[in-house]
Design a protein around this ligand. Structure first.
Ligand code: PMV
Length: 327
């Protein structure tokens, strides 16, 4: 069987996904809306080999260890079932960004794995089906199948076949920029799946979160169509802080921020008050992402570089679809 290499970009949700309505199929409790990021990508090759009874996974050149390999294997079982094959696979995956920094490596990772594995198994799948499969690896990975501005549909079917991402606009629709401020490389205290489940079980605010999400998505969709940065930035911050407020209202509280995250949140809002279009978004970790327009990137990078403690600033434009690199 052929060895196939695929590349997918990470993505950052502006309207956040937090909560599952079905754990087995990994169906989200809310829809979400994201930007695919050009500068952050995972490149993965997959080769199914006759006679191999187990999968092997290497990440950035080293053996991935049991837990990660098991997660990838369980995911490959879906592809093996579809393709009617039983062989194990050799998987080799490389991120072009610091791993362990909570930078959505599961999104680009599972999207690249889906595209490479499906093609290596001889399946010729539609992007929608690839997105549906990817979702079962990681919810946010469903969005990384597509470039540009992407919406993850909540869906309503029990089998999850309509819980898939759809491309809204290509990257060229509206050149936006994102600055990713790395505040810490420490491992996050609680992973997204565990965090979501604890939140759903214990937060009194969870029903309000689920009920108000469709409005946020509708506003973000309109803002993107009209290329209105203020409207998009404001609804993105609202969704981000609602998600983090929700996580903090779990019992025990889930707090992803560190001190520097809070300092940066205030600084970005201060700069915005001075007329710079800069809006905060954060995921299940302490890194602060700033949504802005390309013409403000240099100025913002200069101003933010002066703040002590930032480990790295990654500047990215919007990226493209997940794709095969070699046949
Ligand atoms: O894809 P997961 O299961 O790692 O969850 C991602 C959750 C957030 O990054 C916090 C929000 C999102 O929509 O990407």
């Amino acid at each position: 069987m052929k060895k196939i290499t695929a590349r997918a970009h990470a993505n950052i949700a502006l309207i956040k996904y937090w909560g599952k309505r079905d754990s087995r199929l990994n169906l989200p409790a809310v829809g979400s809306l994201s930007l695919t990021l050009k500068a952050l990508s995972t490149t993965t090759s997959v080769e199914f080999q006759e006679g191999l009874s187990e999968d092997s996974l290497s990440i950035n050149g080293s053996d991935a260890g049991e837990k990660q390999t098991r997660r990838a294997s369980r995911f490959l079982d879906l592809i093996r079932t579809d393709a009617g094959i039983q062989h194990g696979a050799i998987i080799d995956s490389t991120n072009n960004f610091p791993t362990g920094a909570g930078l959505a490596s599961s999104a680009s990772g599972f999207a690249a794995l889906t595209v490479a594995a499906a093609n290596a198994a001889g399946l010729n799948l539609s992007p929608s089906r690839l997105s549906e499969l990817s979702r079962q690896g990681s919810g946010s990975a469903a969005r990384s199948i597509f470039g540009g501005f992407v919406e993850m549909k909540l869906g309503e079917k029990a089998d999850g076949s309509d819980s898939i991402a759809v491309p809204l606009h290509p990257a060229e629709h509206w050149p936006l920029a994102m600055l990713i401020l790395i505040t810490s490389e420490a491992e996050k205290p609680i992973g997204s799946t565990e965090g979501m489940n604890l939140t759903a079980e214990t937060s009194p605010y969870y029903p309000a979160w689920v009920n108000t999400s469709p409005d946020d998505i509708a506003i973000a969709r309109e803002a993107i169509a009209a290329r209105d940065i203020e409207k998009l930035g404001e609804i993105s911050e609202f969704s981000c802080f609602k998600m983090h407020g929700l996580a903090m209202s779990a019992n025990p509280a889930i707090i992803y921020w560190n001190g520097l995250s809070v300092t940066l949140i205030h600084e970005i809002r201060r700069l915005r008050a001075q007329g710079i279009p800069a809006y905060v978004t954060m995921d299940a970790g302490p890194q602060v992402k700033v949504l802005t327009l390309p013409e403000y990137v240099e100025k913002l990078t200069g101003l933010l570089s002066e703040i002590e403690g930032i480990r790295q600033i990654i500047n990215t434009e919007i990226g493209g679809d997940a794709r095969i690199l070699t046949e």
